[in-house]
Design a protein around this ligand. Structure first.
Ligand code: MSP
Length: 660
């Protein structure tokens, strides 16, 4: 076997011990959690989704049939309240936020095969099917449910779990005491079956530290779980239990299989049989550590009860932190990536997310860290090395790749090692290690060039062969780096491949040394990554008002407050908005003009009681269209647990009077 062929087989498969023909057949299913639609997406959601996208792209390149699912979790009290606070119907809020998610995924080059919304009929079919199977296993009963409830987690906590503070351990928010009749799931019955499953499936939860945490929790004993809520309107009705709605987590977790057509008649369930109910398939579910218990205890218990197969692996990642706290809307410290994507494109952002966080551990976001990573690995590292090699080759060989290849040199051996490390690390979801292996190879390529000084050989005719070999080796190393970067940076990977005159790999077999052609056209390429002046960049973002500050509730000056024009107005007409339970269309008189304003007060106020009444209106608000009606302002109301209570002046004043 020649060196090239040998390297090819050694590098591509030896480390993983699976023959290519088997890999080519085995389906690969990867899922993100489905995201709540009560707020815009932020860095945490982006991180989970980018990871799944990278896994999907990696395994597609491995030649496996891949199905990558993401979506949104739209039922439950949290969404119902968030919608009420904005004067919207829950589905209207969901539609708006889903559009934000879809747009962000597009801008982040995310390539899902499917996007499921729990408000879709196909999902409901799956949920009803799993509930019927759980009921048939005699795992449901009705009982009284009492405890401290967090509406953000949608979870009851015991006194023991809370300690003295009575605050939610995840959201640090106040809890509510609740007592109601619910349908319960016999979770306690599954303590031993779960422990047995963990024992016989050592790769079920990764990393190991999280698996141990789960085992300890289950060994500590499992209490039955309430799986319905009384009096919750926004959800799926519980089959055979009138007045009860399916608990959002039982509803949400089922998305992973309802999206595949579980519960549907053939052929609607084809994906289900291919990607889940199939021993050959790998089912990989990526989650953050905050939803560990739901996915590693409740979810497998539901599946065991329903007699359905369990996923292969739950991969658990840590949190992005800012100011030492989890980035989240409820903590008010969100980090959005929109600005970075707009300025740098999707790829550097994707690279940063995977490179600056050790998968499984927490990581801290800062703009400074982003710029440093961008400059060191991308602008100075990959970008400079590629541009140097391309410029030299073009000059020496008339705008073409070097005429002679080379299959015995130190760079080749370093490349083989880097590729092997990369493949192993990707298999183990150690993205930061995988990317370090690639930037290590870029560094070694640079070192190789510095030691051989090809720029000095250009004028020496007798050194043409050695110049050809040196440059070809450098370009070939960059071809390998660019190919391996494709799952993480699909655009940049393709651009570098084009820049070095190489083809896109057809499979990971092509990560063997020797794939770059000789004497190929090498077009002049634009700079891949312009270097960024860190200080200037940081100054510029400090000066601009960022999203982060907007969400922090900063103190505002009196001038800023006066920018909001609050005026007294009289309601002259009021009528319900068709097809909406919550919205009313009001005509209000502001003294010198009349306006249409849509308000989410239909449940609390009768139309007849509103006409003639004075209210306070935000008069300089940008118009917004709600259920097809343009609202030219907003009526002020106090929000009492989401229920609006209108504000009005203490005594009659002329319409149009300013409120300050
Ligand atoms: N809707 C539930 C999941 C249901 S899955 C059947 C939910 N949604 S979420 O929008 O709150 O969070 C979804 C994912 O985003 C979780 O995996 C969570 O860990 C991740 N992140 C949210 N904030 C995060 C960070 N600050 N850092 C990293 N990921 C975190 O939970």
């Amino acid at each position: 076997m020649g060196l090239v062929a040998q390297a090819r087989s050694v590098v591509a498969y030896a480390s993983r011990g699976r023959p290519p023909w088997l890999l080519a057949m085995r389906p690969y299913y990867v899922t993100t959690p489905i995201y709540y639609v009560n707020a815009k997406p932020h860095i945490g959601h982006s991180y989970t989704t980018v990871i799944c996208d990278v896994l999907a792209r990696f395994h597609r390149l491995e030649g496996r049939p891949v199905h990558f699912l993401t979506g949104t979790d739209e039922h439950g009290q949290k969404i119902e309240r968030a919608a009420a606070e904005r004067g919207l119907a829950p589905i209207e809020l969901a539609d708006q936020v889903v559009a934000e998610f879809r747009s962000l995924w597009e801008r982040l080059a995310i390539s899902p095969d499917d996007f499921i919304r729990t408000t879709e009929p196909r999902h409901r079919v799956g949920v009803e099917a799993i509930v019927r199977r759980i009921a048939a296993a005699d795992d449901l009963y009705v009982g009284l449910h009492e405890g401290w409830y967090c509406t953000s987690c949608e979870l009851f906590y015991t006194e023991k779990e809370l300690g003295e503070t009575r605050e939610c351990p995840i959201h640090a928010s106040e809890l509510e005491w609740r007592s109601e009749e619910n349908v319960f799931f016999r979770l306690s019955k599954y303590q031993q079956p779960l422990l047995d499953w963990y024992e016989s499936h050592p790769g079920f939860v990764k990393p190991e530290s999280r698996f141990n945490e789960v085992k300890r929790f289950v060994e500590g004993g499992l209490r039955d779980l309430s799986v319905s809520r009384a009096g919750l309107e926004w959800g799926i009705p519980f089959p055979d239990h009138e007045g009860q709605t399916i608990y959002v987590w039982l509803d949400a977790l089922t998305n992973y299989i309802s999206a595949l057509g579980f519960g549907h008649e053939p052929p609607g369930d084809e994906l289900w049989h291919r990607f889940w109910a199939n021993d050959e398939a790998d089912v990989i579910q990526v989650i953050g550590k905050d939803i560990l218990r739901f996915h590693t205890v409740y979810w497998p218990a539901f599946l065991l009860s329903a007699g359905l197969p369990l996923p292969t692996t739950l991969w658990v990642h840590g949190w992005w932190l800012k100011d030492e706290q989890k980035v989240s809307k409820s903590r008010g410290n969100v980090v959005r990536l929109d600005g970075l994507i707009e300025q740098f494109g999707a790829d550097p952002v994707r690279y940063f997310l995977l490179r600056d966080m050790v998968f499984g551990q927490d990581g801290t976001f800062s703009d400074e860290a982003f710029i440093e990573r961008y400059n060191s690995d991308l602008a100075n590292g990959l970008g400079n090395t590629v541009s140097r090699l391309v410029t030299l080759s073009r000059r020496a060989f008339g705008g073409r790749t070097p005429p002679g290849d080379c299959d015995d040199n130190p760079l080749m051996r370093q490349a083989a090692e880097a590729v092997e490390k990369y493949l192993q690390a990707m298999d183990a979801c150690q993205f930061e290690r995988a990317l370090r292996a690639l930037s290590g190879l870029v560094g070694e390529t640079n070192q190789y060039l510095v030691e051989r000084e090809p720029w000095k050989l250009i004028q020496q005719e007798e050194k043409r062969d050695s110049l050809s070999r040196i440059l070809w080796n450098g370009l070939e190393a960059m071809r390998l780096v660019a190919s391996a970067l494709l799952p993480v940076m699909p655009g940049v990977g393709a651009a570098v491949l084009a820049a070095v005159g190489a083809e896109r790999p057809e499979s990971w077999d092509d990560l063997a040394w020797g794939g770059l052609g000789v004497d190929r056209e090498l077009p002049e390429s634009a700079a891949l990554f312009p270097r960024i002046d860190k200080e200037k960049y940081l100054e510029s973002i400090a000066a601009s008002e960022t999203d982060v500050e907007e969400e922090k509730d900063p103190m505002i000056s009196i001038d800023k407050f006066f920018e909001v024009e609050l005026k007294v107005a009289t309601v002259v007409e009021a009528e319900p908005v068709p097809k909406s339970e919550k919205l009313l269309q009001l005509t209000v008189d502001l003294g010198d003009e009349q306006r249409t304003v849509v308000a989410g007060i239909a449940k609390q106020y009768e139309v007849a009681d509103l006409v003639g009444r004075q209210v306070v209106v935000v008069a300089n608000l940008q118009p917004a269209t709600l259920m097809g009606i343009e609202s030219q302002g907003m009526v002020l109301a106090a929000s009492d647990e989401g229920k609006p209570v209108l504000l009005h002046p203490d005594s009659q004043v002329p319409d149009g009077t300013r409120v300050r």
